[in-house]
Design a protein around this ligand. Structure first.
Ligand code: LMR
Length: 399
């Protein structure tokens, strides 16, 4: 039976990480996969996470099963973080939440839920979008449509084209929006644009599906939730997928959350029963450790303050690296305007170089980024900035 199988292409982000790890050259630089790195090039365990883990080691009483949704305490704290503790939809008990295995688990279970709502469910995704969005959503059987988003020429959002495309969507279609720190472009909707998108979607009967994997790494925990909170005020139904990989640094602990907002409490309960049944038939229940860490942090004022402080430092470091990179490129003999890097948010920006130039950076300088020229700005540091900019200058001058 297995002899009939064809090998599949590798995931571009994960295969690049494997190549980077196998590279033995000492000056190698990983600007590929979206993980935060500190000045020493390490992906640290946050102080609040370490403290929570040490508390859990002494206080945890059992490893018995939790539930398909994870624990109620985690779900309540995660809801408040995303929607704000006083959000009317939370007060009205219209939001069902389930802790999931990472943001991927949230997206996939959201897609499975939508597929269960209708065999014809269609979801619109930004062009471009994160490489794993389409496999996660289409793999559940959803039809995929695309709306233009990032303009490679202007390095900004093609907002009019985005609205025009969404005008073609049909009532009941879902629209996947990046809550903040758009992956892969770093180009985010401003508040006015969020309002306009919400107006269009409400008028056409479209339903939001927000992926927010980087809350706190753009402008701040509250600021980054602007779009999701606005939509949750205006729409009776929507989905939100979040991740604790980046803002809690819990990558390998696979901790995320899926929220389903329903029109009323009774419909939320029914939607929850559908979702929990899907979860039971996929992985039964999520891993507990990451969620226990988040629960420990968010239920303790001092740990929350420590976490927020460290998260702010991470965010400010990324913003500082963006500024330094633009300054270093401007001071070099590289032609072109790279100021857009400073305006974009989160870990990623498209450098705007060709796949051949990306390949040359990898071959000649051990500098790794995705072929699309998506670079993880957080992978830079003071020690590597000049090396990176002079390698870039070399590669661009060879045009
Ligand atoms: C990324 O985009 O690099 C991250 O979200 C990691 C991943 O799983 O792709």
């Amino acid at each position: 039976m297995f002899e009939h199988l064809h090998p599949l292409p590798q995931d571009p982000i994960l295969s690049m990480l494997a190549d980077y790890r196998a590279d033995t050259r000492p000056n190698k630089l990983d600007l590929g996969i979206g993980v935060y790195k500190d000045e020493q090039g390490n992906t640290p365990i946050m102080r609040a996470v370490k403290e929570a883990e040490s508390r859990l080691l002494t206080t945890e009483q059992s490893k018995s099963y939790t539930a398909p949704a994870g624990t109620p305490a985690y779900n309540q704290l995660a809801s408040a973080l995303v929607f704000g503790a006083d959000h009317p939809a939370l007060k009205d008990q219209r939001i069902v939440s389930a802790q999931t295995p990472g943001g991927c688990g949230a997206l996939r279970m959201g897609a499975e839920f939508l597929r269960g709502c209708s065999q014809e469910s269609r979801v619109w995704v930004s062009l471009p979008t994160w490489a794993n969005h389409i496999p996660l959503l289409a793999g559940a059987g959803l039809e995929i449509a695309e709306y233009p988003y990032y303009d490679y020429a202007t390095k900004g959002i093609q907002f009019e084209a985005m609205l025009e495309a969404l005008e073609q969507a049909s009532a009941g279609d879902f629209v996947l929006l990046h809550g903040c720190c758009h992956n892969p472009s770093g180009a985010d909707l401003n508040q006015e644009q969020w309002h306009k998108v919400a107006d269009l979607m409400a008028r056409k009967g479209l339903i939001p599906f927000v992926d927010m994997a980087y809350q706190g790494l753009g402008n701040g925990l509250e600021e980054d939730a602007f779009g999701v909170r606005l939509l949750a005020q205006r729409f009776p139904e929507m989905l939100v997928a979040t991740s604790c990989s980046k803002n809690f640094g819990l990558y390998r602990e696979r901790t995320g959350t899926l929220f389903i907002v329903a029109a009323n409490r009774a419909e939320a309960e029914t939607a929850g029963s559908q979702l929990f049944s899907k979860i039971r038939s996929h992985y039964s229940m999520p891993p507990a450790h990451g969620a226990a860490i988040v629960e420990t942090i968010l239920s303790d004022t001092a740990l929350t303050a420590s976490w927020e402080c460290e998260l702010a430092a991470m965010r400010e470091r990324i913003q500082g690296l963006r500024q330094q990179l633009v300054a270093a490129i401007t001071a070099s003999d590289i032609d072109g305007d790279f100021a857009f890097i400073q305006q974009q948010l989160g870990m990623f920006s498209f450098l705007g170089i060709s796949p051949q130039q990306v390949d040359q950076l990898r071959q000649d300088y051990s500098i790794y980024m995705i072929n699309s020229s998506r670079m993880n700005v957080a992978g830079l540091n003071q020690g590597s900035m000049d090396y990176f900019v002079s390698a870039l200058a070399e590669v661009l001058s060879a045009r």
